[in-house]
Design a protein around this ligand. Structure first.
Ligand code: ADP
Ligand code: GLC
Length: 487
């Protein structure tokens, strides 16, 4: 039987991206199609989404909802893989300057509860027949933006008496929960009794993520280690109690890499292409990156790269404290990121203090992100917590050794260059245990030490490039989750 699944999400690469969620929603459906699953996606009709789809056509008039009129369901196709994408047309909600979550002056939109409730409600409408030609067997909700979809499926079931389509809730990041004032509950078009501890109430508020975690039949998250961590008080962000009660329904499925986009042998955005067998082009990428970022042209300088949202999660305050330890040893640092003003200022100050050795570019730049991943010797991901993390996987593919904190998906994907792991031919990067200056500095020192041993450095970079984190493994595991639901 062909399983039909509808992914519900706020972003999808290459249509619209602010982080790893988009990469996943862009890559998982084509990987699922390869396995014979009919995977479609529903997104809000943001202008960039509409602009990137071909053959957009009307599907259904959804009428009046959440205080706005003229809500329409449309359907288009995303090439090159031909993924069918439904869009929710509601220009009052989605046709705005700014990104999906923040307005042009970086403030959260005041009506995001209604904006994302509409997305989930429209997904539940598709699951109950809004498209006469296609109905999913499973609804797959991603992050809090889609958290209400499982709740609407239950509500529609109760109202119609027809059995609901089951749903899967994937947590990409438990830190973002979509929590809104209880006073707004009335506009969500949900039964009054859903606002309860056994429901979507969360400390006197409405929590979209809790709705998904409570009402979905299965819960997944994006790495095995994070699946365990979120059931602990330390990493559970207030939801560990609920997650513990659902322990048997939770699985950790590691994200993959889309090697059609992140592959140094075919990447047309980098200076020179290269492979594990013929790595010479990597040195040219490094020279080009140094020139692009205004770093001193020096082949021998160990170049550390960062491509990241600048938020508390990513641990870059710890990196700031360790910059002298990089620079004093003759190393360089290239940073691309955007986010918290305090971290942006910290990065700018570091660049000003170490001209030629530290370079920072504030902003979101897809091409530069590839240049940094390719041109760096080391890619740093010192996150406080990390559900999966994709940049360390991209770094491995480009033979740029990841330097990471041993947490979440970072712990599942990078093997430290300890003497034991070098001897066992397992090392692929640098991993530190304790989130403090001593921890990260020791890892930085191991990086310099390994670089000084040419043969071993070569062996580790080669092993890094040979790792396979393709999407097929994840697609197979999601397939098993869906089939478990339908059995
Ligand atoms: P998260 O989703 O928490 O931000 P991930 O590592 O899963 O972390 O994914 C981040 C994605 O966003 C990667 O594709 C990374 O290259 C990209 N990215 C992050 N910041 C930037 C930036 N400033 N410019 C371009 N790409 C960025
Ligand atoms: C989130 C997480 C990140 C993960 C990404 C995609 O944004 O912070 O660790 O890789 O989602 O699942």
């Amino acid at each position: 039987m062909t399983v039909c699944v509808l992914h519900v999400a706020a972003e999808m690469y290459p249509l619209l991206k602010t982080g790893g969620l988009a990469d996943v929603v862009g890559a998982l459906p084509p990987a699922q199609s390869q396995l014979g699953t009919d995977a479609r996606v529903i997104l809000p009709a943001f202008p960039a989404v509409l602009a990137g789809l071909s053959g957009v056509e009307p599907v259904a008039d959804l009428g009046h909802a959440f205080g706005i009129g003229d809500v329409r369901l449309e359907r288009g196709v995303l090439e090159p893989h031909g993924v069918v994408v439904y869009v929710v047309r509601a220009d009052v909600f989605y046709d705005r300057p700014g990104n999906p979550y923040l307005d042009a002056s970086h403030h959260p939109y005041a009506d995001s509860d209604r904006r994302f409730a509409l997305l989930s409600w429209a997904a539940a409408r598709v699951a109950t027949g809004a498209d006469a030609g296609w109905t999913p067997h499973v609804v797959h909700a991603h992050d809090w933006h889609a958290g209400l979809a499982p709740a609407y499926l239950r509500a529609f079931e109760r109202a119609s008496g027809r059995p609901r389509v089951p749903s899967v809730m994937t947590v990409h990041n438990l830190a973002y929960q979509g929590v809104f004032p209880a006073a707004h509950y009335g506009v969500l078009q949900l039964p009054p009794d859903f606002y309860a501890v056994e429901g979507l109430e969360f400390y006197g508020h409405v929590s979209f993520l809790k709705a998904g975690l409570y009402y979905a039949e299965r819960i997944t998250t994006v790495s095995p280690t994070y699946a365990r961590e979120i059931q602990t008080q330390h990493h559970g962000a207030g939801l560990h109690g609920l997650l513990q009660t659902r322990s048997h329904d939770i699985s950790g499925i590691l994200n993959g890499v889309d090697y059609s986009i992140w592959n140094p042998s075919t990447d047309t955005t980098i200076d020179t292409r290269y492979t594990a067998a013929k790595p010479a082009g990597k040195a040219k990428c490094k020279t080009a990156l140094q020139a692009r970022m205004g770093l001193e042209q020096n082949d021998g300088a160990l170049l550390f790269g960062v491509v990241s949202r600048l938020t508390e999660q990513k641990g870059l305050d710890l990196l700031l404290s360790a910059i002298p330890d990089i620079v004093q040893r003759g190393g360089q640092l290239a940073v691309l990121g955007t986010g918290d003003p305090a971290l942006e200022t910290g990065m700018k100050n570091a660049a000003a203090a170490h001209p030629g050795a530290v370079a920072v570019e504030l902003g979101f730049d897809e091409t530069l992100s590839h240049s940094i991943i390719a041109g760096s010797d080391i890619v740093m991901v010192p996150s406080r917590f990390e559900p999966c993390g994709l940049t360390q996987l991209y770094a491995l593919a480009y033979g740029s050794l990841p330097l990471v904190h041993r947490v979440g998906g970072l712990a599942d994907t990078v093997v430290d260059s300890s003497l034991e792991n070098l001897a066992d031919e397992r090392a692929t990067g640098f991993v530190f245990e304790t989130f403090d200056r001593a921890g990260i500095v020791a890892a930085i020192r191991r990086a310099f030490a390994l670089k000084a041993r040419r043969t071993e450095w070569k062996a580790v970079t080669r092993r890094a490039m040979e790792q396979n984190f393709g999407w097929e493994a994840a697609a197979l595991q999601y397939d098993a989750v869906y089939r478990g639901l339908l059995a």
